[in-house]
Design a protein around this ligand. Structure first.
Ligand code: ZN
Length: 270
């Protein structure tokens, strides 16, 4: 802020820069002009202290906030190839490609993305519980499990069928591993609703249901399973179709990051 530097120099007050804000030495020493140090400080210094007091909060506000985290779990992998979309296309290859595509879109939108694995072979090193543990430790504001199917057209969203409970996020009561999602169900339903609206706006058929799915039931974050189905045989491997859906999801998550329900196991991250 060159104008601040020029202003203080005109007053003959030495200045320094801290966190992008110029602060006079006297302003530091005098602190708040309303305190008992007033009589020891010159008027210019008091004025400078007042200006610094106004500017410092702005400087703190400019400090980059921690990037919100999205957890992406490409379902299947390793020897578990999942379903077959075509004779030569296993589900595990589609889910990892879709996860990588979504990751790129989320990073440019300011998210930090945690992937449970980055190649189909990496997945062999993780058990299904290991994936959940990784997700639960990630501090994600949204955990998305990605599936693909050759049978049903469009996108299918699923949230846990566990009964909703609204308990404290960090309560002292132990929870069962396969019911850990219960306090998060309300948030997960809200996240699914945002995803559904965004995908629908992209003119892609989308359904939204609840189901019993072990990989969802153990998650301690807003969690949705997303099954990507081709619109027809031609779109099974169509990158344009995948990109359209991925962009809709990324847009929904951009909205989600400002939502009150976008919290992690360790509290809000915004
Ligand atoms: Zn699957």
């Amino acid at each position: 802020m060159p104008w601040i530097r020029a202003f203080f120099l005109l007053l003959g007050i030495p200045i320094e820069e801290s966190s992008g804000v110029f602060i006079t030495e006297n302003a530091r020493r005098c602190g708040s002009p309303t305190l008992h140090l007033q009589e020891k400080c010159s008027k210019p210094a008091l004025f400078a202290a007042a200006v610094a007091a106004l500017l410092l909060p702005a400087a703190r506000a400019q400090t980059p906030a921690q990037s919100p985290i999205i957890l992406l779990d490409a379902a299947h992998g390793g020897p578990d190839t999942g379903a077959r979309l075509t004779e030569k296309l296993p589900e595990r290859d589609v889910t990892i490609a879709f996860a990588n595509r979504l990751q790129s879109l989320l990073i440019v939108r300011g998210f930090k993305v945690v992937l449970t694995h980055t190649t189909p072979d990496d997945a062999a090193k993780l058990t299904s519980d290991g994936r959940v543990e990784l997700a639960n430790r990630s501090g994600a504001i949204a955990c998305l499990t990605l599936h693909a199917s050759g049978n049903t057209a469009g996108v299918h969203l699923f949230t846990s069928a566990l009964p909703e409970t609204e308990s404290a996020l960090q309560g002292s009561k132990p929870v069962l591993w396969n019911e850990a999602q219960a306090p998060w169900v309300t948030r997960s339903l809200r996240l699914a609703s945002e995803l559904q609206a965004a995908i629908s706006r992209s003119r892609t058929p989308v359904t939204n249901n609840r189901t019993w799915l072990a990989e969802l039931d153990s998650l301690t974050c807003p969690a949705v399973a997303i099954e990507l189905g081709p619109l027809d045989e031609a779109t099974a491997q169509d990158p344009t179709y995948q990109q359209r859906v991925a962009e809709a999801i990324a847009g929904a998550l951009l909205f989600w990051r400002g939502h009150p329900n976008a919290v992690t196991g360790t509290g809000a991250v915004r």
